[in-house]
Design a protein around this ligand. Structure first.
Ligand SMILES: NC(=O)c1ccc[n+]([C@@H]2O[C@H](COP(=O)([O-])OP(=O)(O)OC[C@H]3O[C@@H](n4cnc5c(N)ncnc54)[C@H](OP(=O)(O)O)[C@@H]3O)[C@@H](O)[C@H]2O)c1
Length: 333
């Protein structure tokens, strides 16, 4: 049994906590918060032991009637791995703490790639076996890795070009924008291509823009094919890959709004959509180029990846076994 501590119980941290709690071979032994808010209260109600983020004020929690159990350093001897769910770039600062406590850690995509080995379950599980510090790549990179790893496994990719249409903020975030503008990432190509290369060795360039929506990211992907492929072969590849699902206008799925409504109908925790959704209608091969459009639920696609990263870190299971266990526990298609 692997004992997992969640340092930073926010958008990603709380989802990973719930997912880990559903696995047979790991358990949550604590979660930490800096602010004594509703998330902290609900963590306690769920039965998680609540801790304070290093430097946070225990008295502030007491004043709000919340019992905390101290700091990560107080239970370090019982922790096998910390999932760092801190805001982007804070993880790198937390690394000093983990090193001083002798703890293994899994970081998120807001950290630089140099923090550890980069991880995506389908793309490079084996490279992460036995690593002490792992970074689960970002939601966008995970989205690219999910579908492009299928194509790479059949040696179909000469070069990829992709446009990332990014959500401005998460639904619960009232501080970020834009709320009425489209913001281009003027560093062209964007960082997403190099980030994908940390998990998948493909030739790729990306361009990114930010739009006023909170639901999902959307990617338009163009693949210069190395070999002849029929549209049906690509459909089969995506159909046979877990964590990728095909959606269609025929089924009434016209937009990211429909996908998130579909996700709610699935009755999952928080209405999450762990899978990357590819519009079947958009898959087309023309003059040696493959085109498709996919949508990424930024808050949750990285959740199963964190679970598999734990199994890779401790060499608990082989890639496909781990993916299957995680999928089963989370009801992933
Ligand atoms: N949100 C997404 O869509 C998404 C998707 C993929 C990857 N990521 C990456 O995941 C990481 C976390 O993002 P998030 O969206 O989950 O952030 P978030 O919602 O802002 O949550 C961050 C959490 O970290 C806590 N925290 C604050 N300072 C901390 C510290 N020094 N050490 C540990 N925890 C601290 C916060 O506590 P309080 O709330 O108590 O103040 C909060 O619970 C980032 O690297 C981000 O780039 C995010």
């Amino acid at each position: 049994m692997i004992n997992v501590f969640i340092n930073g119980y926010g958008t990603v941290g709380k989802r990973v906590a719930d997912a880990v709690a559903l696995q047979k071979d790991m358990k949550i032994i604590g979660v930490s918060k800096r602010t004594p808010d509703f998330d902290a209260e609900q963590a306690i109600k769920k039965g998680f032991d609540l801790y304070c983020v290093e430097g946070a004020d225990v008295d502030a929690f007491k004043k709000r009637g919340m019992e905390t159990n101290g700091y990560l350093k107080d239970i370090k001897d019982s922790v096998d791995v910390v999932i760092d769910g801190a805001p982007g770039k804070q993880g790198a600062k937390n690394m000093e703490l983990y090193k001083s406590l002798g703890l293994n850690a899994i970081f998120q995509g807001g950290e630089d790639a140099s923090i550890g080995t980069s991880f995506n379950a389908h793309a490079n599980f084996d490279k992460n076996i036995g690593q002490k510090y792992i970074r689960v790549v970002s939601c966008n990179t995970t989205g690219l890795a999910r579908t492009l790893s299928c194509l790479n496994e059949v040696n179909a990719i000469k070069k990829v070009k992709a446009v990332m249409i990014r959500r401005a903020a998460d639904p619960g975030d009232n501080k970020r924008g834009p709320i009425n503008a489209i913001v281009p990432e003027v560093k062209v190509p964007s960082h997403h291509g190099p980030d994908l290369k940390t998990v998948l060795p493909v030739d790729i360039e990306t361009i990114a823009v930010k739009v006023p929506t909170t639901l999902m990211h959307l990617h338009t992907v163009m693949v210069d094919l190395k070999k002849e492929m029929k549209r049906e072969e690509v459909i089969d590849l995506f159909n046979n890959r877990s964590r990728v699902i095909l959606v269609s206008k025929e089924d009434g799925i016209d937009s990211t709004a429909d996908i998130m409504e579909f996700a709610k109908n699935l009755g999952r925790n928080r209405g999450d959509m762990y899978e990357i959704n590819v519009w079947k209608d958009s898959i087309n091969v023309k003059d040696g180029m493959l085109y498709y459009i996919q949508a990424v639920h930024q808050e949750s696609d990285i959740v199963p990846e964190n679970v598999d990263a734990i199994r890779a870190m401790f060499d608990l299971k082989k890639r496909d076994e781990s993916i299957e266990m995680t999928n089963k526990a989370l009801g992933i298609l």
